[in-house]
Design a protein around this ligand. Structure first.
Ligand code: HEM
Length: 412
């Protein structure tokens, strides 16, 4: 599990079905549940019975008590503070910054070169959260941040299985490779916090005066990391799929050309780009960046027919639910049509952003951003995977292409 969590989960589900009890240490029961009904029970219907699982502990060591990792009253206060910035009505105000960053990034791609699409997208999405939320352009930080996150994600997965050892930030700092990664992130956050134009979210976090310096650090780091790593992965998977499915790409280019007529995209265009959005949704079905969601049960529960004792850990991985053949016909096929028009399936058959009160606060931001970025890229450029290159994937905290994704750029 420490070496290859996704491969292990998939293997268990293939062999034993969509409700698996995995022996895990002497006193811990671990359940791998991959039906929509399971997710609904754990994340929504009986959510009061669950807290974020022990598997989030190493993440907490890095992110501290930010929105993603905190619980109880701390979480409730933070969510109340941050949520208004991410309301749908509000988020459309970030569209100009998203498009500006995308167009500037893409304009630098010369015709005919081969570039690392994953690295370019990470640069773009980090720049976007930096500009939109914190008033700081961060494109220049992307390379080192990417390396720091690679190291920390690997550390986190290994740390999960060494209880107590990597649960503390102080311990992380002493591990070779991880200490430097944390120091880089801290320095980036420091620069953002001290930036002259804090951007709306940072100003809000500072003005209320509710957070001390460490809490502010945790929140800024949480939003910077949760807000760019996932969208970068989603866009990278999408471009790779489009390169393999030329008919889907042609339809997307036609849609973008028809709606934009050559100009840059705007927030109002998003509703008129249904195929573009369907492509992104289908890419997140097959390759959900947040590939597993895990909780610990506080009391006993019955999870859609599975008796679960207090203290058990439960995984309801979007990756497995999204590929459950009972719910998704031809689960391995890339078919954006699934997301066009009326959709009749269980509400939690598709959960790239989770569910219940801990649902992704940035879901609207992410959909707006990825749609605008994909439209901005497709308006002027086409990217093709270099033939013969296979890109391995890596599933730790996020599910993403491992290493570089070499793609050849052509101007349209
Ligand atoms: C494609 C992009 C994204 C995906 C797939 C994604 C996925 C998720 C998922 C599944 C969760 C719930 C985790 C759980 O229940 O344990 C989550 C939570 C969260 N996400 Fe996202 N996310 C994305 C983009 C973003 C963006 C753009 C931001 C911020 C700018 C963001 C900030 C957060 C935060 C702060 C939480 C914790 C919310 C809470 O517990 O109250 N995410 N995300």
């Amino acid at each position: 599990m420490a070496r290859d969590p996704m491969g292990t989960y998939s293997g268990l589900a293939r062999r034993y079905g969509d409700a698996v009890r995995v022996p895990f240490g002497r006193e811990r029961a671990f359940f791998l549940l991959s039906r929509p009904e399971h997710a609904e029970r754990v994340l929504v219907a009986n959510q009061d019975n669950y807290v974020k699982a022990f598997t989030y502990r190493p993440l907490r060591a890095v992110l501290g008590d930010g929105l993603l990792t905190s619980e109880g009253d701390t979480w409730r206060r933070r969510r109340r503070l941050v949520q208004p910035v991410f309301s749908q009505r509000h988020v459309v105000g970030f569209a100009p910054q998203m498009v500006e960053a995308a167009v500037e990034g893409v304009e630098r791609w010369p015709d005919g070169v081969t570039l690392d699409a994953a690295g370019e997208l990470r640069k773009l999405t980090l720049d976007i959260v930096g500009r939109a939320l914190f008033g700081s352009g961060l494109a220049g930080e992307a390379r080192r941040t990417g390396r720091a996150l690679e190291a920390l994600q690997r550390g986190a997965v290994i740390g999960t299985f060494l209880p107590g050892v990597l649960a503390k930030r102080g311990v992380y700092r002493r591990v070779p490779g991880l200490g430097g990664a944390l120091a880089h992130l801290d320095a980036m956050v420091q620069r953002v916090v001290e930036g002259a134009d804090g951007g709306e979210l940072l100003n809000l976090l500072k003005e209320r005066g509710e957070l001390d310096a460490e809490e502010l650090r945790d929140e800024v780091l949480t939003l910077l990391l949760a807000g760019h790593e996932t969208t970068a992965a989603s866009l990278a998977w999408t471009l790779m799929l489009l390169s393999r499915y030329p008919a889907a790409r042609e339809r997307l280019e036609d849609e973008v050309d028809g709606v934009l007529g050559g100009r840059k995209p705007k927030a109002e265009d998003v509703d008129r780009l249904p195929w573009t959005k369907a492509v992104l949704s289908e890419a997140m079905r097959l390759y959900p960046p947040a590939w597993t969601i895990e909780r610990d049960a506080v009391g006993d529960d019955d999870v859609a027919g599975v008796p679960v004792p207090a203290g058990a850990t439960i995984a309801v991985p979007p990756y497995l639910i999204h590929r459950n053949a009972d719910v998704w016909p031809n689960p391995e096929g890339f078919q954006p049509e699934r997301f066009m028009g009326e959709q009749q399936r269980h509400r939690y058959a598709y959960l790239p952003f989770g569910g219940g009160r801990r649902i992704c606060v940035g879901a609207g931001f992410a959909m707006l951003e990825t749609t605008l970025v994909l439209a901005a890229i497709s308006r002027t450029h086409r990217l093709d995977l270099v033939p013969g290159v296979t890109v391995p994937s890596r599933a730790e905290i996020t599910y993403r292409p491992a290493g570089a994704v070499p793609m050849r750029v052509s101007r349209r």
